[in-house]
Design a binder for this molecule. Structure first.
Ligand SMILES: Cc1cc2nc3c(=O)[nH]c(=O)nc-3n(C[C@H](O)[C@H](O)[C@H](O)COP(=O)(O)OP(=O)(O)OC[C@H]3O[C@@H](n4cnc5c(N)ncnc54)[C@H](O)[C@@H]3O)c2cc1C
Length: 482
């Protein structure tokens, strides 16, 4: 099949029922359910980009071992041009949602591609594991499946390890090995798009499994409709009835988040990528170099989101001409400066891409890890500046219903801005508030803070991986020690 369109994505969801719970009820068909219909439609629009005649060459590539064009995010890059091609495709999807859909399919596609690019690691893991990864990669690429993932143990008692929790299966673990596969039980979070994806991957975060806790060392992938797998969603912000006029982002781009519960789920052996080895579990990230590839996607998406936030701050200021004041210009300049830094680091990661040793390339990790740490901070600052610049005006706005009612005249008269009619100014302010202040906007902020795990770990790892020698040599030189 190769790169698919939105209607193929929707048909596949319809054909594969799943166990999804939200707001006290079991969901039937996610494609027609009021809560999920709009997120599904947003995702379908992304898939439609792949068959758009003007975008097709940007969005797809022909794999060496495939017959049909596949989505570029599945590519295993071999050249600088491949990296640039992938970046441009990621940019199309990121800009289509203004960077608000963090878990668009290109994120996990890069994970899978990096695993497929590490056959030597999976060959060490166990008999058949390397073949399993290769087969699974081709299956997802050639059917253009939408993957999500759950890596994190739920926050039960963070002072204790997996086996020390009161419930042995508070965290996902292996119950038994049968001739058909692994039986697993427990919980993992947070499956963004779990209810609306095709496949769920589970793999361990670096150094998350303690020595002696082999039963929690596992990596696998299963269809989301697998028996025993349940998704418990967080409370939805949009129950399908938000007005696009009043909630221009939340009504279109909400990403469902869910806890994944595994009730003695059988994972067939051909879907097991790693099991029972703590060291391999803890080094999977490093050995597959996946952070280089996921970091490329998250940086491109982060740039689109920061560009959007900067655009909102500028448009809001212009709507009341506060951009004529020097201190406001300085704050807007701070935002445009962040955009330059992000773009520069992305390009640097491509220019300094490193060979894997078997003809493939990964973007340089250091600039991308720097962005993984700093984009959330830049973004948080931009959100704050947008709210401060928007002040009361960003919040104090009537609804579309008010505008259509008997008081519409007052609204048209008293809500206008500097050279902008009332309706346009209200809509702009609502867009900015939806991006920053509503439940949707606040989740966006929380997502940036935590989507990549604990930022304390990310920052500390950046310090540890950095080559300190040239820096310290400068100190020695200044002291005339060398
Ligand atoms: C909106 C959203 C969507 C997400 N989507 C996904 C997804 O699709 N897939 C996925 O796998 N993950 C996803 N995540 C990330 C994931 O679920 C976690 O939120 C993230 O890894 C952080 O873990 P935590 O929430 O358990 O926080 P914790 O790790 O518990 O951290 C909470 C706080 O406690 C501190 N802390 C915790 N443990 C320790 C310790 N041992 N020592 C010192 N300090 C400690 C941390 O520094 C932090 O400040 C998502 C997160 C969000 C917010």
């Amino acid at each position: 099949m190769g790169a698919r369109d939105g209607s193929s994505y929707i048909s596949r969801l319809k054909a594969h029922p799943r166990d999804v719970w939200i707001a006290g009820r079991k969901v039937g068909d996610v494609t027609s359910d009021p809560v999920f219909r709009r997120p599904v439609a947003a995702m379908a629009r992304l898939y439609d980009c792949q068959i758009d005649p003007q975008l097709r060459s940007t969005m797809t590539y022909l794999p060496d071992d495939g017959d049909e064009p596949a989505g570029v995010s599945f590519i295993i890059p071999r050249t600088h041009a491949d990296l640039v091609h992938r970046r441009k495709a990621m940019q199309v999807w990121a800009e289509a949602t203004f960077g608000t859909m963090g878990r668009s399919p290109d994120f996990l596609n890069t994970v899978l591609a990096s695993m497929a690019d590490a056959p030597e690691f999976f060959a060490e893991v166990g008999v058949g594991c390397a073949d399993n990864v290769q087969r699974y990669y081709r299956h997802c690429r050639d059917n253009d499946l939408f993957l999500t993932h759950t890596l994190v143990n739920p926050p039960v008692d963070r002072s204790k390890s997996a086996s020390q929790q009161a419930d042995e299966y508070a965290y996902l673990g292996i119950v038994e090995r049968t001739k058909d596969g692994l039986v697993v039980r427990g919980a993992k979070m947070l499956a963004t798009h779990g209810p609306t994806a095709d496949e769920l991957m589970v793999y361990p975060l670096p150094f998350s499994v303690r020595p002696g806790e082999e039963k929690y060392a596992l990596a696998f992938a299963i269809p989301v409709g697998t028996k025993g797998l349940r998704f418990i969603c967080r409370e939805p912000f949009d129950r399908g009835d938000q007005s696009e006029w009043d909630h221009p982002l939340g009504s279109r781009f909400e990403e469902p988040d869910a806890m994944a519960i595994f009730d003695d789920v059988l994972v067939p052996w051909d879907r097991v990528f790693l099991h029972g080895n703590v060291e391999q579990a803890n080094t999977l990230f490093a050995r597959t170099r996946m952070q280089s590839h996921t970091g490329h996607q998250t940086a491109v998406r982060g740039l689109a989101k920061c560009e959007f936030m900067t655009a909102l701050a500028i448009a809001l200021s212009r709507s009341v001409k506060t951009d004529t004041f020097i201190h406001v210009q300085e704050q807007l300049g701070e935002c445009t400066g962040y955009l330059q830094l992000i773009e520069g680091a992305i390009v640097l990661s491509e220019l300094k891409a490193e060979p894997s040793g078997h003809g493939t390339l990964q973007p340089a990790l250091e600039p991308l890890q720097a962005l993984r740490y700093h984009i959330p901070r830049f973004y948080e600052r931009m959100v704050r500046l947008t709210q401060v610049l928007g002040a009361g005006g960003i919040l104090a706005n009537p609804t579309e219903a008010d505008l259509q009612s008997d008081i519409g005249g007052d609204i048209r008269r008293y809500y206008r801005g500097a050279g902008i009619e009332a309706e346009a100014k209200i809509r702009l302010s609502k867009l900015a508030w939806d991006a920053t202040g509503t439940q949707f906007g606040q989740r966006q902020l929380q997502y940036e803070r935590y989507y990549a795990g604990d930022p304390v770990q990310t920052g500390a790892a950046a310090y540890r991986m950095f080559d300190h020698k040239p820096l310290l040599a400068m100190v020695d030189r200044a002291l005339r020690l060398s």
